[in-house]
Each structure stands twice: as structure tokens, then as C-alpha cells.
Design a protein around this ligand. Structure first.
Ligand code: IPM
Ligand code: MG
Length: 367
């Protein structure tokens, strides 16, 4: 039986349209070769939307997203807008509005070391071999969204910038629940990362995680770590972790760090989830890389891996998600590399964005 889903595609800025272009090829392949139908429509998010409409996300696009089954995003931002447009219409504000409006509170950032790429990691192969961790980042609270916030003028001619970090019990509990559930399907271990020796929000975070664990998830192993130590442990011995659950800001920082363990920011996908029935958002964790935009050299694999997560979590097609992930691994095994993952590997061939996408399609067809 053919099942059909609506996917809203927001390519964004910089390399966004190039990497999303490769996702389009995979979607075309799925539509022609499988019993899944993915109906796509495009929309503007980020600087491109600010240029066209004066805001980084229009109500109309947000409404379209709400009426889709899932959203695939490229990347937003760039020097064209940095510091040059009002703060509330900067490209990043559009992405934050999208996450907040859809209440996508749990951001899953899987860090998996693909064997063929082990030499691209800046860490020794024996430290990262077979690494497979999942960062669950709280995405709609904390310092990113707390009020009051702003920059005010002081009487002495100075200015003062301020933000508020706040978390409620239920905001912490719902994301911790996602982490425990995931750990149950993985290696059964959650590490909750906070700064409870300094911050009240972290103190509450830790208590809520402990209470939920005691009440409902005592079969899962739980430990707690301060964020500074976590940053250190991630490069010292990352394989000690299974699922790491942490707040919005810490998760932003730690996920860039953990992405590099795999060799490149260009390899890491993410899925942002909310309550059942809400469309989930899939996006690579890297930025819009304006310095290489338009050159057909960006790595499209984080976007394709994000599409694989979408197939699994939003379209209930683990089989196709797996197939796409396998096709990507095979292409890498064959030695094809975009420039970011070239590293010092021998017998590898450097390819462009579109050549990488084409190679994935060939593998999909042959599987
Ligand atoms: C990310 C990005 C975003 C964030 C930016 C673009 C607002 O760095 O998804 O990690 O800080 O959440
Ligand atoms: Mg980030």
C-alpha cells in the first residue's frame, strides 16, 4: 500500500540550497522506486526570508510547516545579515521561532563514528572507534528563550546585556523522559549534564531527573556530570557515554564538540521532536558555511542522514532510513570524500556536493 507524507523543505541560506538539493535527489528516488510517497514543498527560512519579506520566518511559512508531516531544513545565517539587521529579524531568530512555535523540545543529535572516516577524526582511532552516543538537547527553554533579556543603557554611559536562564519541572521532565526512553532502546545509560554546583536551574534539573528516574526508569543506569567535566570527558574517553541529556545552551556547545569526534561537522544530522502529532524538524547540525557557498563542495551527508532520521521517526520507515544510512556508509567505504572529510586518508577520491549525492543514489538503486 502506498503511504504518502507531506515534507516542508526549508533550504535556508549559504550552502543550504546545495545540500538540500541532494536530499531532493534521494526523495525523487524514493518516490519512483518505493511504495512511499513524499510530497515536498519549499519555503523560505532565515536571511533569504528576511531579504524577501522582512522577517526570517513568515506566519504563512510557519503555518505550512504546521500543516506538514515533517520539515527538512538546510542551514541559516551568514555575514550578509550578521550585525546588519535588527536582532529580532536575524536569520537565527527564524529557526528559534520555528522550534519554539512547534514546541520541539527534544533535539536528538546522534554522534556515530563511521569506520571509513575514522582517520578524519582529530582524536586517535582507538579513542573513537565504534563511538555511538546520543546527545539529547533541550531545545525550547533555558537561556535561549528566557525573559527578561536585552541590552540596556546605564547612567554611567555603559551598557548592560542580560539574559535569563529558567527551567520548570515539566520542561525538564519531558526532555529527560525522551532520554530515558532512548537509552532503553540503546545501551541503557543516561548521563545528565548540568552545572548544579553553580546554577539554580541546574540544581532543579538534577533533582527532576533523579525523581523521574526513581519513579519510572530505575532499570536505566543514571549518572550526573558537570558540563565542564563533560566537555573534557568527551575528548578523553567519549565511549563512556550512551545518552547525554542536557539543557539548550550546554547541548549546543557539546554537540559541536561531539560532532568533531566523528571527523567533521558535515556528518552530523539532528531530529527535533515535540509531542505526538506535531511535525518534527530535521536538520544537519552544521551552519550555512557562507565561505564555501555556491562552490558545490559542501558535504551533503549530514542533510541526507537527517532525511534518514525523518524516514525513521516521522514516516515510520526504519527500513528506508536504514537503507539510506547503509548507502552512505558504502559510498564512504568506496573512498568518496567531500573536501571536509578528505583528511589524510589514502586511496580516497575527492568529490563535489552533487557527485556525492549522485553516488548515494547509485548505491540506493543497487541495494
Ligand atoms: C544549532 C545552531 C543554532 C543553535 C543557531 C543557528 C541558532 O547552532 O542548531 O546548534 O544555537 O541552536
Ligand atoms: Mg549549534
Amino acid at each position: 500500500m502506498t503511504t504518502s507524507y507531506k515534507l516542508k523543505i526549508l533550504a535556508g541560506d549559504g550552502i543550504g540550497s546545495e545540500i538540500v538539493g541532494e536530499a531532493h535527489k534521494v526523495i525523487d528516488w524514493i518516490n519512483s522506486a518505493t511504495d512511499l510517497r513524499i510530497e515536498t514543498s519549499e519555503g523560505l527560512l532565515g536571511g533569504c526570508s528576511t531579504d524577501a519579506h522582512g522577517v526570517p520566518l513568515t506566519d504563512e511559512t510557519l503555518n505550512d510547516c504546521n500543516n506538514s508531516d515533517a520539515i527538512l531544513m538546510g542551514a541559516v545565517g551568514g555575514p550578509k545579515w550578521d550585525g546588519k539587521v535588527a536582532y529580532d529579524v536575524r536569520p537565527e531568530a527564524g529557526l528559534l521561532k520555528l522550534r519554539k512555535s512547534l514546541d520541539l523540545y527534544a533535539n536528538l543529535r546522534p554522534t556515530k563514528v563511521i569506520d571509513a572516516l575514522i582517520d578524519s577524526s582529530s582524536l586517535k582511532p582507538e579513542i573513537v572507534k565504534e563511538l555511538d552516543i546520543m546527545i539529547v538537547r533541550e531545545l525550547t527553554g533555558g537561556l535561549y528563550f528566557g525573559t527578561p533579556r536585552g541590552i540596556e543603557d546605564l547612567k554611567n554611559g555603559e551598557q548592560r546585556g542580560f539574559n535569563t536562564c529558567s527551567y520548570t519541572t515539566s520542561e525538564i521532565e519531558r526532555v529527560a523522559r525522551v532520554a530515558f526512553e532512548l537509552a532503553g532502546k540503546r545501551n541503557g545509560k543516561v548521563t545528565s549534564c548540568d552545572k548544579a554546583n553553580v546554577l539554580e536551574t541546574s540544581k532543579l534539573w538534577r533533582q527532576v531527573v533523579i525523581d523521574l528516574h526513581e519513579r519510572e526508569y530505575s532499570d536505566i543506569e543514571l549518572d550526573h556530570i558537570y558540563v565542564d567535566n563533560c566537555a573534557m570527558q568527551l575528548v578523553r574517553d567519549p565511549r563512556q557515554f550512551d545518552v547525554i541529556v542536557t539543557d539548550n545552551l550546554f547541548g549546543d556547545i557539546l554537540s559541536d564538540e561531539s560532532a568533531m569526534l566523528t571527523g567533521s561537522l558535515g556528518m552530523l544530522p539532528s531530529a527535533s521532536m515535540g509531542n505526538e502529532g506535531t511535525p518534527y524538524l530535521y536538520e544537519p547540525i552544521h551552519g550555512s558555511a557562507p565561505d564555501i557557498a555556491g562552490k558545490n563542495i559542501a558535504n551533503p551527508l549530514a542533510t541526507l542522514l537527517s532525511l534518514a532520521l525523518c524516514l525513521r521517526y516521522s514516516f515510520n520507515r526504519n527500513d528506508l532510513g536504514q537503507k539510506l544510512e547503509d548507502a552512505i556508509s558504502t559510498v564512504l567505504d568506496d573512498g568518496l570524500r567531500t573536501s571536509d572529510i578528505m583528511g589524510t586518508a589514502k586511496n580516497c577520491k575527492q568529490v563535489s556536493t552533487s557527485e556525492m549525492g549522485d553516488a548515494v543514489i547509485v548505491k540506493l538503486g543497487a541495494m
